[in-house]
Write a new protein. Sequence first.
Lengths: 308, 232
Amino acid sequence: MIRVESPGLFTTVQDLGRPGFGSIGVSASGAADSVALRLGNRLVDNPEGSAALEMTLLGGTFEFPEGARAALTGSDFGATLDGAAISLWTTFDIRPGGTLQIGATRSGARCYLCAQGGIAVELFLGSASTHVLSGLGGFHGRPLRKGDVLPIGPATGVTFREPSIPTEVLARLTPRTLLRVTDGPQSDWFPETSRRIFYNSVYRVTEEANRMGLRLEGAAVAARSSGEMITEGVSPGAIQVPGSGQPIVLFVEQQTTGGYPKIANVIAADLPSVGQLRPRDEVRFEHVDFDTARRLLVEQEELIRAAH
Amino acid sequence: MVDLDPVRFQPASDQSLLVSFGDEITPAANDRVRRLLHLLQSDRVLAVVNLHPAYCSLLVRFDALSIGHDELEAILRSYVARMEEAPIPEPREVEIPVCYGGEFGPDLDELAAMHGMTSEEATALHTSTTYTACFLGFVPGFAYLAGLPESLATPRLATPRRKVPAGSVGIAGNQTGVYPCSTAGGWRLIGRTPYAMFRPSEGHMSLISIGDRVRFRQITPGEFAKLSDTCA
């Protein structure tokens, strides 16, 4: 079990989400940086979709009364185990009664704590992910609080392989700030001048950045004004542009439908990078075609599979 | 058979395809959305991971590692070709009790005044109609209801509320709907229901399903309190 001594800023239980319920308005949710979650689970010999703790900007302090095998992945929050520094992307053993203390971020927005056996919360619609807006899933549908006690599941008995992820693999999976995007369904609503502005400008992530979406600020992008859009389904990574001209990237806990025109859509391979963006980080966008997007996803997948 | 708009397929992202049945909100287009959704739910395509319906379109999310836009479009075309003949469940009739005005519907008086009527008249109008649930979207269990009397159509609030109480009944343009959970929102609030809209432990997982016929029934604050006790 894990006893929460301090929860950190915003720590939730996440797995790879619950796709399949969009027709009742439930977005897939799941880890903001799915690459970090999958690799972390591999490090502790879990199925890669096992539930873990997702910490945001500031980590927590956790006591393990029975001990555990664990790994930290994602961004470096600076962690100590019983006072001694421990590395990211490496398996370590926690003695019974040991305490893991995780600090504030030194790089990106999210750090994952994966424990062998996974966080054993009750599944909601087939997933352990916390859906914060509706207060469902995860641990009582909410971020963790001091005093919470989370059960760890039984280990699956997979053979233990390498205790860490090779640095050359990690280098190629480093989160990006130049996000690759494809056209969105309303790309042609934006005149060439607007598209040029969008692809040549630096956008800053505002304080309004969470699992539902990230509001950006920068050069305004104007859509042609003719006609109201009819609300339609939206994909994760959709970049919608409201009247203000400031883009919004819809993210894992997105609304399932939306009524603003979408200039572009972050490719699947770069969505985990969005999960590492912090307020005040700067991003740019690079246009790619659908074949390139698919090739990049296949390459990333091969890298993850070969990583460990 | 009546002439239908041609179906349009458009990549919405590298892992989704948007299927559109025209550019107008019509009962016919919405019926086709419901039919395609139902067929894809009853006869599943393995690579399809999620479905986001709306008024006249269906967003189909797929596993980009196992299928591409063109291959999926070919499959979906065969679904569209046979969806008109495929059996589809009859819409249900759903009645939702609502306590109108006051603290339950803080925008009712102003909305009624904007249309030159009393709050009682606005309430009577809102409860006089049978609405159609065009789709569920935005947040879990939020049904977009069509059929609002034209004389009640009102633009959204200029500044959305940071927090709308769960169960709030709102109006935005010519749509009406019920907020299933407490969220930010810009719809004008005219009342509140004590019923839970999102019901994940029940078969349909939502009080209202796509295609359902919905009516609102006025209740008193006393009845609201009593019903709250039974559906908490």
